[in-house]
Design a protein around this ligand. Structure first.
Ligand code: GTP
Ligand code: MG
Length: 199
């Protein structure tokens, strides 16, 4: 009897485990987003590396990992390096991803086409089928940042949704944290509602 009751208590209070995979071109702000998330959810969790000051983040060679507890979820964030030569390992992480965050530098309009092609390739990969996609238009603090409407069009957000995937584009300023919690809330709500539908 005790086993049954304690099993129910464990089940009732168990946190949903959510893996968020953060991809995007180099210099988009992925690691800044990870570190800002760890800062906003201080304490983090087991496996968190020591917090890196936001102004001393170096380009990622390999990956960074962060764990936070928020909104009833144990969230693991995988931040992969975005340089061209590192993108070939991204697909190894698709199978465990509950949500793909694709970070875009909104000021780097010259590389929008490269970013859009890279996102299209990620979403076309069989391993990423059906995984919710959140595109973050980062660096919105900068005066030359693109508005969201042209980015929606360029990243073909309507088409991505028409193909049956939950997808959203949101503004972000990873450096000061504006939009970080909204992005996490969309990702966690979407993962939770899609897992309820499939169970
Ligand atoms: P890789 O590791 O090479 O893939 O790059 P990354 O996507 O992890 O970018 P990173 O977080 O290292 O940030 C690149 C640069 O953009 C750094 O100089 C950051 O300070 C800057 N940056 C990140 N987010 C913002 C932001 O919201 N606003 C501004 N103005 N700069 C930002
Ligand atoms: Mg990085």
């Amino acid at each position: 009897m005790f086993g049954l009751v304690s099993g129910f208590i464990d089940w009732y209070f168990a946190k949903t485990e959510v893996n968020i995979l953060v991809l995007g071109l180099d210099n988009a702000g992925k690691t800044t987003f990870l570190e800002q998330t760890k800062l906003l959810h201080k304490g983090g969790g087991e496996g968190n590396s020591v917090h890196v000051p936001l102004d001393s983040i170096l380009p990622t060679v390999g990956l960074n990992l962060g764990r936070v507890q928020t909104m009833g979820c144990d969230v693991t964030i995988w931040d992969l390096g975005g340089q061209q030569a590192l993108r070939s390992i991204w697909d190894k992480y698709f199978a465990d991803a509950h949500c793909i965050v694709f970070m875009v530098d909104s000021t780097d309009t010259e590389r929008f086409a490269e970013a859009a092609t890279t996102l299209r390739k990620v979403l076309a990969h069989a391993g990423a089928r059906g995984v919710p996609a959140l595109v973050l238009a980062n660096k919105q603090d900068m005066p030359m940042a693109s508005a969201l409407a042209p980015m929606e069009a360029l990243f073909e957000m309507d088409r991505v949704r028409e193909l049956g995937r939950a997808a959203h584009l949101m503004p972000l300023c990873a450096r000061d944290g504006a939009g970080v919690n909204e992005a996490l809330a969309w990702a966690l709500d979407t993962v939770r509602s899609s897992s309820q539908k499939s169970s």
